[in-house]
Structures are given as C-alpha cells and as structure tokens.
Design a protein. Sequence first.
Length: 470
Amino acid sequence: MGRRTVRWRVAAAAAVLLCGAGALSPPAVAAPDPDAAPYVFAEDARTVEGATNTAGAVQLARGKTYRSSVPEDGKLYYRLDLDDADNAYVSATAVPGPGTTVASSEGLKVTVQDAEGHRCSSGTARFGPTSSPRPITAWAMREIGRDAYMCQGAGTYHLLVERIGAGTSAEGTRSGDWGLELQHVWEPPVKETGATAAAPESWNSAPPETVTDGGGRRTGGTSFATASPVGQGVWEETGDLRPGQTLYYKVPVGWGRQVYATAELGSANGGGDGFTGNAAVMSLYNPVRGLVDDMRSPYDGRQRSITLDPLPPVHHDNRFAVDDQTKGMRFAGWYYLAVHLGTSVADRFGDRPIGLTLRVRVAGSEDDGPEYVGESEPRSVFAVTDEDRSEAESKEATRAAGGGGAGSSGGDEDSNGIGSGASSNAAREPGDDATAMKLLAAGGIGTGSLLLLMLGLWTLVARRRAAAWR
C-alpha cells in the first residue's frame, strides 16, 4: 500500500510537470486577442428577456446581475418590486457585437417609472465623438425623499431600456442587437441624525502632484465583473491596449477620500502617421456603475495622456448637489476606470497594441461615513475593506475575480461574440498547480528540463519496484 502511494504521488507530480511544460514556454502575459469577446459578462448573471410592455415584464431582484439584449429601435421593460424605504439603483451596460459600426449619436437610455408611468429618473449614454463600438453604461434610480409626491410608495416599478439616436450609422451600416448587462443595487436608509441634507459646500479642487512611485503591473479586465484592482501608484498594463478595446480597472475609495486618475497612452509601434481626434476616452463609474465623469483625447502617434478633472471627496450628502459629477461621488466602494481606444486609430497606425500606464492617487482622510440601517445588496457594496486595499496594492500582475470567478477577454461567446464570465485564464487559488507552475517558471525550468525530470521520476519508481521484489 505504501509503495502504491509513493508511485501514485510520483506519477501525479510527473503529470503536473508535463502538463505545465507548455505553459512555461510563452511569456507570462500574452497580448490581447483582437478577435476576443469585447465584454465578459458576470458569471452569476441570469439571462432574462425584456418585455415589449409592462404587463409581461420580468422582475429584477435587488442585489442581482442579469444578462439580456436589446434589438435595433428596441424598447424593453423590466419589473422592480420596491418598498417605501428603498433607494434603488439600476444600471444597463450595452455591448455592440464585434465588427459593428455605430454613430456618435447612438446610445442607450434607461428610465425608472412608478406604477402610474411617472418618471422617477432617467440616464443616457452615447458612443460620442469616438464613434467607436464599445460598452456604454447608463443608470437610473428611485430615491426616497427626492420627490415629495411621486415615486415614494411601495409597489411595482418598471425599468425601461431603449436605444436612442440614429438607427443607421453614417456609413449606412445597421449596428444589430446589443448585449445588455443589468444590475439592481439596493441602498439601505441611513439613521436619522437631525442634520439638514445638503451637499458639502467646499472641498479641495486643486490638481494633486503627479504620482511617481508605488504600483506595479496589471492586466486590465474587459468588464465591470473582471475589472483589475489598482490602488495608489503607477500601473503598467501588461497586455497593452488595442484599437477598439476597452479595459476596466477598479479603485477602492473610502468615505471622505478623493480619487484622481491619469491614463497615459504610449507612442505608436511601427509605422503610420496622421491625426485622430477623440481617439481615446477614459470613464469613471461609481460602485453602482453610475457614470461620474469621462475625458477624451486625440492621438497622433505620439504619447498622450488623459486626466480626469478633480472630483470631490466621497460623501453621502453629495447626492444633494446640482452637478452630476458631485452627485456621482455619493458612495464609498469600488470605483471603476474604463479606458477605450477608438477603432479609428487602426486606420492611421495599424491594429497594433499601444502601451498604457495608469497613474492613480487616492487622497484625503477616511471617515466613518453614514450609519446605514440594514445591509446593502449586494452585501458591502458601499464599503472598503482591508482585503480590498490589499488586493489593490498588490504588486503582482493580476486580474480581479468577477461574478464568482475571474474573467478575461476570452470566455464563451454567443452569436454576437460577447463573452460569458467563464474563462480559461481564470484566477487560481494559492497552492494550486498554477502556483506551482509560477514557482517552476521562476526557477528557470524549461520544457526540456521538465521532460528530463519526468524521466528521472519514472526511473526512481522503477528502482523502488525492483527493490520491492527482491
């Protein structure tokens, strides 16, 4: 029994080494696949169909993520069942299929309505001057106290998702059905403090000093669910950024803290010349995927940078501000950076990756924030933990797990080439064979050495068996 145990352990070790031999030869991080899915949906996203009228609308449960689609000239309804204390936030991310052409005026509009058809709020997202197909996200909400008469009671509400703008691009190409990722987030009420609800009147709006230290390497995700965590520091994208690609990163921002970000595009690789206006865009989204701000930049083959304007510290009462940027900074939690390089860059400089570096600063003193009565759904979405900070500050080239597992630019694809959350490059837990392979790679063991080691192990097994029979 002991000899069989030894033999099986040796054989298993040899098999692991042999299977990992091919994984050690290529570079640690491969360049992005230009044919990969443009967006990886959350693994736990349930697929639902939108209804063409409110009577047939399917319910979106709070704290859950869903996958759907919206056709050209589409107008779809989904149901929300809310009580009289819910602050409900719903986001919709539209994903055009690969190879489609969109007009700058095209986009998505989402509206939350009450049972009488009154509009509680609405939000829009357009592709804008880049005229490049990319994931765009709009959000809408039902807030308690926002209106004294409408959208305050318990009952049935509806989310209306509709496509807006030109149905046909300037080139005359229809953009087809778009994939949709829907998320319903519930924010609990806060304990009464007696203070008057008003946005902070002053805050530090001076641009900070440039971040020059800290950070490391990251592989950007291709969706909210697979966003790669980054903290304060300088972060180099391991796979670079291709024309038409959008990479996602997430930053933990606690109550009372400010986030600043700059995306630096490297110079063009190889030939090509010319000038492309609105070639790149960087967007910042809050923890409920609400757009806070975005900035654009041209590209002429030389290095360029995109910097977000200074934003106020995260404060619960920012929701009472007049401007959308301040309103968006109402939650603590993960803030998402999405960097997109327009397809027009390929026309001038070829479909080659361009280097990308992120400079992130999280400033200010963290405070306790509001005292919520109850737990948010998803749980802890409005909190920053020590684990979150540790994950964001790690110098390892990692991609965050999303929707119950890590994602990548690959994954299963539907008819539109839009990936699911499954991925062959999923993150592995410490101590598994992926970790072993990293250790072997660090030791410089190549494929040939592994084969020799395997033969040595089998020789050892043979000798032990011979000794056992003597």
